[in-house]
Design a protein around this ligand. Structure first.
Ligand SMILES: C[S@@+](CC[C@H](N)C(=O)[O-])C[C@H]1O[C@@H](n2cnc3c(N)ncnc32)[C@H](O)[C@@H]1O
Length: 242
């Protein structure tokens, strides 16, 4: 309901995600769309590139709402849509070989892992293993990096909604942002105040991945910074291997 009501205020974020996806060339014509939900923030034009999409969600209502949002576009591109109701992170080991010719996209789902796994350290460790588990596959994700309260009155007149960052052994860095710590700069861009939540996703992507950081004003008083990245099927180096 919130996504439906806030479609308009979320549009700048949705458009930034769509622009980022426009630049992504998936290796396959099949897509495993994990946590796709109703696809409120997903780009129909990117979905149209695929011949077959397997929408995976724990929510049984996801396919009905997803068709409501994207059905017409998918019919135009003759894209087949299938639905699988399962816990994709728990069942990943079985899912990957079942769809060997599919690109995989985690659609704003990995940042929620910390809510589903009660132990914070375990959630982080499982997220840090994702890249290894997907080694050799073509995959991407958009997920929460940080989220927290914001004071709309302290929001800069023209907030910067997106940056390009790179994951290095020193953590996430953004070109041209030196001096002030990255998290402080990101908070300042959206009027962030008080204590923010770390969604422990900053090491999801392999080292060297270029990530786009996109602001998502969830409600006027609570903002998320999303991280979007794509990993083409290639040998990878993770932080643990340094
Ligand atoms: C923030 S919503 C995704 C929003 C969606 N991508 C969009 O554009 O509207 C996260 C979705 O992930 C689903 N989800 C959470 N954990 C999951 C898991 N382990 N496996 C499959 N789906 C999951 C939730 O049911 C929810 O629909």
């Amino acid at each position: 309901m919130r996504a439906f009501v806030r479609r308009r205020p979320w549009r700048p974020t949705t458009e930034l995600i769509a622009e980022w996806l426009d630049g992504i060339q998936p290796a396959h014509k099949e897509l495993l769309l994990i946590g796709g939900s109703a696809g409120w923030m997903m780009s129909s034009r990117w979905l149209q590139r695929f011949e077959r999409i397997v929408l995976i969600d724990i929510d049984p209502f996801a396919p009905t709402l997803f068709r409501w949002n994207h059905g017409r576009a998918l019919r135009q591109s003759s894209t087949r849509l299938e639905f699988l109701q399962c816990d994709a992170l728990r069942d990943l080991e079985a899912l990957l070989p079942a769809y060997p010719e599919a690109s995989i996209f985690f659609d704003n789902v990995l940042g929620q892992h910390v809510y589903r796994v009660p132990d914070f350290d375990r959630a982080e460790s499982e997220l840090n293993q994702i890249a290894q588990r997907l080694s050799g596959r073509d995959w991407g994700s958009v997920h929460d990096l940080f989220s927290g309260p914001a004071n709309p009155k302290t929001l800069p007149a023209k907030p910067v909604m997106s940056f390009v960052g790179t994951l290095s052994a020193q953590g996430l860095t953004v070109d041209g942002m030196i001096g002030t710590p990255l998290h402080r700069r990101l908070l300042d861009q959206v009027g962030g105040i008080d204590e923010w939540m770390d969604h422990v996703t900053s090491s999801v992507f392999p080292l060297g991945t270029h990530a786009r950081l996109i602001a998502w004003p969830f409600v006027p008083t609570y903002v998320h910074w999303l991280q979007a990245g794509w990993v083409s099927a290639a040998p990878l180096i993770t932080k643990d291997q340094i």
